[in-house]
Design a protein around this ligand. Structure first.
Ligand code: FAD
Length: 519
């Protein structure tokens, strides 16, 4: 039997198997030669003390003990070409994992995606970055893999159901992600590696007899006597099915408008909104690791911070160490920020959304839009930012200390946001209550993280697509829409997920519930 141990070691020991073996041998009072193999089960960084340590959970195998490298394999997917059909709208993590689960259960998914495949999508990302041209169907939010494809690919979630999380991580490994994601406490994949994994998932769906339709936008949902009949696409094509898993993400405003127009029950949902802050990564490393230089054995440091300001939470969101700020608008006439990073997180800057929780009462000025009030609040800020920054994909930007002192920054250095920035007093972008909270909040952040509150940090506005501004309500047990039979609101856009992993888990759950009613 291998011996399971929890140990804490210096980063250089964790990074070197010989040193690790020596450390373990000493700890267990054995000779290094007696250790046959060390399997690392979990790894996390403990940066609470001055000398940063690595926590490891290991299995030590002694000579003569048998061990097998565990190999993660794909489930036994069936051929579903002639099986009953379910429409899955949206090929984000929720839609793709719903489709895989349907196949596992012997049902044929027809995945309908407005955007292009991962390769075609790249050209449109170039166009928004270089020329400020926003393709309303193909951008950082829309296209194969959804909003998660060209992201940081952080794979952690607040979900307490470890089994669900591990199942998704294992599937990602089986589709080509590094097995390290099963070990790291805060795993991530990176923008350079995600597209291939997504493409392999799509190829598997097609190989098993599922269908994936790109550049096909759903423009109407057919409902008769409160039961789903199918969808209509932008070309007027009708695709019939009695079940739809609707996984269109938090940015599909036309879908929210369509449901509202068709009097399908939807609700306004609070979300969070603010700015994306960019610091030099070396500064964040110094703060988080209490050192002058990070050295070669520690990864670029992440951070996570939350404060209560005027009774509201202000917190970091989707922090990207060694990352880049991306233009994430989905329509012309608006600017939106978010962040991504390559797998090595080797860019010189660290960025994070810094957002304030909103309440339904904040949407009162937009009350005439009913369930779409939050969405209109969000849209108005994105459009204002676009206007203030010069009506291109440039974003309004301000140095952090200048922002807290309502002072227009005299210059903005080049940041990682490729379309560029315009110096704007960010108080003009947001309602007064939000500006006031953020001004106070940044000063407070500086007290917890010494060095964080600095004019070397550049704020980009707005960070507005943190979660869906609308909920599509569903029954807790059946996951079916409260009023429409056969409609399964799914993933982040419906208000049941926040992030890649939780969206994928929700996709699987909806698929399981959907199939239960088909037997
Ligand atoms: P989405 O991924 O939004 O997918 C919805 C899909 O539906 C899209 O592909 C869209 O094109 C399609 N669609 C919309 N309307 C229609 C229609 N009418 N017809 C057909 N198709 C339609 N999360 C993390 O966990 N970790 C991260 O590091 C991370 N980084 C991010 C970085 C960026 C730049 C962005 C934009 C997001 C990031 N996120 C991250 C958030 C994460 O991507 C989302 O939470 C997740 O993708 C939600 O999954 P989903 O399937 O519910 O929706």
């Amino acid at each position: 039997m291998p011996r399971e141990l929890l140990i804490q070691v210096a980063p250089e020991v964790a990074a070197n198997l010989t040193l690790l073996n020596e450390h373990l041998a000493k700890l267990m009072h054995v000779k290094t030669a007696e250790i046959q193999h060390v399997a690392i089960l979990k790894r996390s960084i403990d940066a609470r003390q001055r000398a940063v340590k690595i926590n490891l959970k290991v299995n030590v195998f002694f000579q003569g003990e048998s061990f097998e490298e565990s190999k993660i394999e794909l489930p036994d997917y069936k051929n579903v070409a002639n099986a009953q059909e379910v429409i899955v709208v949206g090929a984000g993590p929720a839609g793709l994992f719903a489709a895989l689960q349907l196949i596992e259960l012997g049902v044929k998914p027809i995945v309908i995606e407005r955007g292009k495949d991962v390769r075609g999508r790249r050209r449109d990302l170039k166009a928004i970055n270089r020329d400020g041209i926003v393709n309303e169907d193909s951008n950082y939010c829309f296209g194969e893999g959804g909003a998660g494809t060209y992201s940081d690919g952080k794979l952690y979630t607040r979900s307490k159901k470890r089994g669900d999380v591990d199942r998704i991580l294992a599937l990602l490994v089986a589709f080509g992600a590094t097995p390290e994601i099963m070990v790291e406490a805060h795993p991530h994949i990176g923008t350079n590696k995600l597209p291939q994994i997504i493409q392999d998932i799509r190829e598997k769906i097609i190989e098993c007899g599922g269908q994936v339709l790109f550049e096909t936008r759903v423009t109407d949902i057919l409902i008769k006597d409160r039961e789903i009949q199918g969808v209509i696409t932008q070309n007027g094509d009708v695709i019939e099915a009695k079940k739809i898993i609707l996984a269109t993400g938090h940015s599909a405003r036309d879908i929210f408008e369509l449901l509202d127009k068709k009097k399908v029950l939807i609700e306004a949902k609070p979300f969070a909104l603010g700015v994306r802050a960019e610091h030099p990564q070396s500064l964040i490393d110094t703060i988080q690791y209490s050192c002058d230089f990070r050295g070669e054995f520690l990864p670029p440091a992440p951070y996570s911070i939350v404060k209560q300001v005027n009774g509201r939470g202000m917190y970091s969101f989707c922090m990207c160490p060694g990352g880049v700020i991306a233009p994430c608008a989905t329509s012309p006439g608006e600017v939106v920020t978010n962040g991504w990073s390559p797998s090595k997180r080797d860019q010189a800057t660290a960025n994070s959304g810094i957002v304030v929780e909103l309440k339904l009462e904040d949407f009162k000025p937009f009350a005439k839009f009913g369930a779409l009030a939050g969405m209109e609040f969000q849209k108005a800020i994105e459009q204002k930012a676009w206007h203030l920054a010069g009506e291109t994909q440039k974003v309004p930007a301000q140095r952090m200390v200048d922002f807290t002192q309502s002072k227009v920054s005299s210059d903005i250095p080049k940041t990682s946001y490729v379309p560029g920035t315009t110096s704007v007093e960010l108080g003009q972008v947001f309602p007064a209550f939000l500006t006031q909270i953020m001004r106070e909040g940044f000063v407070q952040f500086g007290k917890s993280m010494r060095g964080y509150y600095t004019n070397d940090a550049i704020l980009h506005a707005p960070e507005s697509r943190t979660s869906s501004p609308v909920r599509i309500p569903r029954d807790n047990a059946t996951l079916e829409h409260l009023e429409i039979k056969g409609l399964y609101p799914c993933g982040e856009g419906a208000g049941y997920a926040g992030g890649i992993i939780s969206a994928a888990i929700d996709g699987e759950k909806c698929a399981i519930k959907c199939v239960e009613t088909m037997k």
